[in-house]
Design a protein around this ligand. Structure first.
Ligand code: EPS
Length: 384
């Protein structure tokens, strides 16, 4: 199972091809678009999200509502492109730097300068157009299909915001369905209304100061069997693969599994989850501090992953940088951006983690059709 994406933030569309999905998976297009819609929401988003109304268009690999086993071609159009048609034209255009909206002043914290030097590009727009977090739209689309695949096996995925800057959401122990419902109703994807209000006010304050703010998000996946991923080889450890996926999301600077970095402060007896057994549950753990993983494999407990997003580096409060033409110092110009995209990042991380899990699921129960995978899965459950 694999996918690639292509497309620029102000180009005509984002494109992806997904290969390796089985045949006979029923797709719910409304549910797919609902996930895209979730990513667009969240308190602190900028004006661009008022322009876009992300909708997946499937152009191959699906017929009469079911996958055929052929690669899936999927695109999401950029409404904003109509304002950029000339600037983003694939054909050469006449005009000066201004007409081309050439970027020669790299923004600190973005890919601009490194990408320009690496690819020998004198127009840093060629870097920023692709490095934009707009690309996460199709990563959510891909993950939304993976989510529908896993749902066929009773797997549920939830996400929540744990922190925005100084404001931390209080811990809770809600069942996953309630967590999904409550976070969906929240502008900042938390379960607690008081925290929501505090976070909104905090984002307003940050915005007023011309600044931006990051945060911590969490993804929980329930209903997975023991044994996805493997201890036998470094690149088959599923927690490692998830970590790579999370770190590849724009602006993410860290990832934790279960209690994560807190494990460095505690004793072994305070960290490890004791093994229990009951007739109806089989083996289970008394606690879930290790976030559903031991030995790079799922242990049957819910997967719990956290990721940290840095504040978005496009600031209304300019930072110091250097012009690549003149090598003179300047303070970056003001650009349209989001003051806080942490709630959206929570939706993105859900889908990135779901994709990695679906991939490991297919590796374990591999088959070319849903029927074959169901049979393999049932057989494994019997073995367990
Ligand atoms: C982004 C900059 C902004 C965001 C964008 C990510 O876009 P623009 O440059 O058009 O104002 O709105 O996010 C999205 C478009 C999106 O769909 O999430 C960036 O530089 O990463």
């Amino acid at each position: 199972l694999r996918f690639l994406t292509a497309g620029e933030t102000h180009g005509p569309q984002l494109t992806t091809i997904i290969e390796g999905l089985p045949s006979n998976l029923e797709l719910d297009f409304e549910a797919l678009n609902f996930q895209l819609h979730r990513r667009q929401k969240g308190y602190g988003r900028g004006r661009r999200m008022q322009i876009e109304k992300d909708t997946a268009q499937i152009l191959g690999g699906v017929r009469h509502g079911y996958t055929t086993g052929a690669p899936i071609a999927l695109v999401v159009q950029n409404n904003d492109w109509k304002h950029w048609q000339n600037i983003m034209n694939v054909e050469p255009i006449e005009g000066n730097d201004e007409a081309k909206r050439r970027v020669h002043r790299p923004r600190p914290g973005h890919a601009d300068l490194n990408g320009g030097l690496k690819y020998n590009l004198k127009d840093l727009r060629n870097v920023l157009e692709r490095s934009s977090a707009r690309e996460t739209t199709v990563r959510v689309a891909v993950g939304a299909i993976a989510r529908q695949f896993l749902a066929q096996f009773g797997v549920k995925v939830a996400g929540q915001v744990i922190r925005i800057g100084e404001i931390e959401a209080p811990a809770h122990n809600l069942p996953i369905d309630e967590l999904i419902e409550r976070t969906e109703a929240s502008s900042v994807r938390v379960v607690d209304e008081e925290t929501e209000k505090k976070m909104e006010a905090y984002i307003d304050e940050i915005k007023k100061e011309g600044d931006s703010i990051g945060g911590v998000v969490e993804c929980i996946i329930e209903g997975l069997p023991v044994g996805l991923g493997s201890h036998v080889q470094y690149d088959r450890k599923l927690d490692g693969r998830i970590a790579q996926g999370v770190m590849s999301i724009n602006a993410f600077k860290g990832v934790e599994v279960g209690i994560g970095f807190e494990a460095g402060e505690l004793r072994g007896s305070q960290v490890h989850d004791e093994i229990m057994y009951s007739e109806e549950r089989g083996y289970y753990r008394a606690t879930n501090r290790l976030g559903g993983f031991e030995g790079g494999m799922t242990n049957g407990m819910p997967i719990v992953i956290r990721g940290v997003m840095k504040p978005i580096p496009t600031l209304y409060k300019p930072l110091q940088s250097v012009d690549i033409d003149t090598k003179e110092a300047f303070t970056a110009q003001v650009e349209r951006s989001d003051a806080c995209a942490v709630p959206a990042a929570s939706v993105v991380m859900e889908h990135v983690v779901t994709w990695e899990v679906a991939k490991a699921f297919l590796e374990k129960f591999g088959g070319d059709s849903m029927e074959e995978i169901h049979a393999n899965y049932q057989n494994y459950l019997k073995q367990l």
